[in-house]
Design a protein around this ligand. Structure first.
Ligand code: KG4
Ligand code: ZN
Length: 357
């Protein structure tokens, strides 16, 4: 039997610096790789006071963090650089400055080690996390939903590297809406966990917030109107922005009701669009990736829908849902398909609104 291939993966698409070492079959062999180590340095605290990711700060921090993180991933895997047989890096989509930092480091490593370089799509990687987390099951073909701070996109995935975009958000991503609403309600950044906590004590029916495209066949999302509706409700205004009585500082009860009603609207739309995508494609499996998949209400509701429809559901554990480098294990099927990148490849940005491919 030949030695397994050791792959070093680098992820710097947004505000997490990630490196991982994976062990898997040498091409053209198939099979799911094993994660030997995965290290992530989060920049959340740096961006916290700005209420969102500041691209320039993100790229500078990647420059500072990346090589120590790569060293740590190698150390935790018990692997020397000379044992690495391929380098993978996420080259799209993302913040352009952040992507360039990761790609430059990956090119330098691949060139020095004289090993193949594999360019990975960050969204395909998010979905491949489902397969990494369940190596004994077969995830594909499936409907894939990536729902994070930067993306809300539905895919038809015939295989790990055959994702066809079915629809996506036309404005804010779902996680971005959580972050903005959390900021309005004073619930901290990133907003998802704060909104979820506040929502636990609230009434999800207290406010009838909009659910964009809910009854339409299209598999697109829109969350910016919902965010504005929360703002108006908070200010005591009607849907046209006309002010009612001065609401003053909202009570914890009002914050809880707003959080619960907002969360319910997002969850209902996400689950409904997954159901529609499954029905429209006739696929029987659903894979979900991205930070919003941490939301308990979403997990419960999507699991109920899956059981109702007889669908096999895949949601990775949290560490594989949020940005990480282990999910770049999707490089193994790429290598098996003969897809290594040339050293002159470039990044493709486009963080918030993925274009149809
Ligand atoms: O995948 P991720 O770590 O980074 C991106 O690629 O964006 O996702 C981060 C997003 C943030 O917008 C955050 O508010 C959201 O995931 N999030 C949640 C929860 N935990 C994190 N949204 C809703 N409920 C949660 N519990
Ligand atoms: Zn992501």
């Amino acid at each position: 039997m030949t030695d397994p291939l050791l792959l070093l993966a680098i992820e710097t698409t947004c505000d997490e610096t990630g490196a991982a070492v994976l062990e898997g079959p040498r091409p053209p062999g198939g099979g799911v790789p094993r994660v030997r180590s995965s290290v992530v340095a989060s920049q959340v605290e740096l961006h916290d006071r700005f209420g969102g990711v500041v691209p320039e700060i993100a790229s500078r921090e990647h420059v500072r963090q990346l090589l120590p993180i790569v060293d740590e991933a190698l150390r935790q895997a018990g692997v020397g650089l000379d044992q690495i047989g391929a380098v993978a890096v996420a080259t799209r989509p993302g913040l352009v400055g952040s992507l360039v930092v990761g790609l430059t480091a990956a090119k330098m490593l691949a060139m020095t080690l004289d090993v193949p370089l594999v360019a990975v799509d960050h969204l395909e990687a998010h979905l491949y996390a489902c397969q990494l987390a369940a190596p004994e099951r077969v995830v594909y073909p499936c409907v894939g939903l990536v729902v994070s701070g930067g993306h809300t996109s539905l895919f038809r995935c015939e295989g790990p590297i055959e994702a066809e975009l079915l629809g996506g958000t036309i404005d804010d991503a779902a996680g971005e809406a959580f972050d903005k609403v959390a900021s309005l309600l004073g619930l901290g950044y990133p907003g998802g966990p704060g909104v979820e906590r506040a929502a636990k004590g609230g009434n999800p029916k207290a406010y009838a917030f909009p659910r964009a495209f809910l009854r339409e066949d299209r598999l697109d999302f829109s969350f910016s109107g919902l965010k504005t509706a929360v703002l108006y409700a908070l200010r005591g205004q009607d849907s046209r922005g006309r002010t009612g009585a001065d609401p003053g500082t909202p009570s914890p009860e009002v914050v809880a009701d707003l959080a619960a009603s907002f969360q319910e609207a997002v969850v209902e739309v996400l689950v409904a669009k997954c159901r529609q995508a499954l029905q429209q494609t006739d696929l029987r499996k659903l894979g979900i990736g991205g930070g919003v998949a941490a939301n308990g209400r979403f997990r419960d509701q999507v699991a109920a829908m899956a059981s109702d429809e007889g669908i096999e559901l895949f949601i990775p554990p949290m560490a594989l849902c949020t940005d990480n480098a282990a999910m770049l294990g999707v490089a193994f099927p790429k290598l098996a398909a003969g897809q290594g990148a040339e050293l002159d490849i470039d990044v493709t940005a486009g963080l918030v609104r993925p274009t149809r491919r």
